[in-house]
Design a protein around this ligand. Structure first.
Ligand SMILES: [Mn+2]
Length: 317
């Protein structure tokens, strides 16, 4: 990995008295793990610097980390680091551009190359893996702590689906092993990340019962407003069921389509192998080759996306 980028980022950190760390909206464990983990590392390594985390509500992931109160004045001389966020509209807290210097650290495809320094490694499982690798590489200066190790571990576990997805590499596991040398309790994190509410458990049952599977291996789940109301769930709470179809042996790729208040459908596309982000890009979206998001204006566009996914599945056979 581009080692000189590590040095450049460390130089910028050393020069800056204020570091403000952002991540994406609707944060997942990798967004919070990379943000919180980096904050803990910098606070331990440079006790006199002001290190702040900003962004919208973290929901029930507040057991991982919480945000700080960041004033507009804090940005005046600040180094701003954004983790785990592919494009600027997704950055939580739009003041990200008001610092003196901007660094992007991410593992999604670099389609929106924002920032004065860009550290993007699409081979990394997660942004948390990149942050941990950066810290261990710069260990003369940067101190890993137990809390940071716990947060980064949670981020890696989250983004790899507990080491299920192909982005899990030998390097991922070496970094995880090094993180586990710190005295947090991995089993506690695993249990918390595995836990779901009764409502989400019931929605999981619905998804597994009602998924439509095309002979090519394409799974389709449509969650209308009526269905979400029936389970008493919001769109944000449906993220827990997105990976469920991967357990079905006949499913190769799938889409979960969640109706929004304005009637359009938020589409979450996933794949066990065939590349699907090109389909996502055609429908107001993008993302990883095997995990993308898109938007469909109505059910007929949902059908169009399914049609394109079937084409992808058939091409791969
Ligand atoms: Mn991530």
């Amino acid at each position: 990995m581009a080692i000189n980028l590590y040095d450049q980022i460390l130089e910028k950190i050393k020069e800056s008295e204020v570091v403000i760390i952002h991540r994406h909206k609707n944060p997942d464990p990798d967004a919070l793990g990379s943000q919180g983990g980096l904050a803990e590392i910098l606070k331990a390594s440079f006790p006199t610097k002001k290190v702040l985390k900003t962004g919208g509500p973290v929901g029930d992931l507040n057991y991982l980390t919480e945000m700080d109160d960041v004033s507009d004045e804090d940005y005046q001389e600040a180094l701003v680091i954004v983790t785990d966020t592919a494009n600027t509209p997704r950055i939580s807290d739009e003041r990200y551009s008001q610092g003196k210097y901007l660094v992007k650290i991410d593992h999604h495809p670099n389609d929106d190359a924002y920032g004065d320094i860009i550290l993007v490694d699409t081979n990394a499982s997660s942004s948390s893996e990149i942050i941990a690798g950066f810290c261990f590489h710069q260990k003369k200066t940067l101190k890993m702590t137990t809390t940071a190790a716990k947060l980064l571990y949670a981020g890696i576990v989250g983004d790899t689906g507990r080491f299920l997805y192909p982005a899990t590499t030998p390097k991922t596991m070496r970094i995880v092993a090094d993180l586990m040398e710190y005295s947090f309790k991995p089993d506690e994190i695993n249990q918390k990340m595995n836990a779901m509410s009764r409502k989400v458990a019931q929605l999981s049952g619905y998804v597994l019962q009602n998924i439509e599977i095309h002979p090519s291996g394409v799974g389709k789940v449509v969650l209308t407003k009526t269905i979400l109301d029936q389970f008493g769930l919001t769109d944000a709470e449906t993220s827990a069921v997105v990976s469920l179809p991967s357990a079905l042996e006949e499913v190769i790729l799938w889409g979960i389509f969640v109706e929004q208040s304005d009637g359009h459908f938020r589409c979450r596309l996933r794949s066990k192998g065939p590349i699907i982000n090109e389909v996502a890009k055609k429908h107001d979206g993008g993302g990883h080759p095997l995990a993308s998001g898109a938007n469909a204006k109505d059910l007929s566009e949902v059908e169009q996306i399914i049609h394109e996914l079937i084409h992808v599945a058939e091409q791969s056979q």
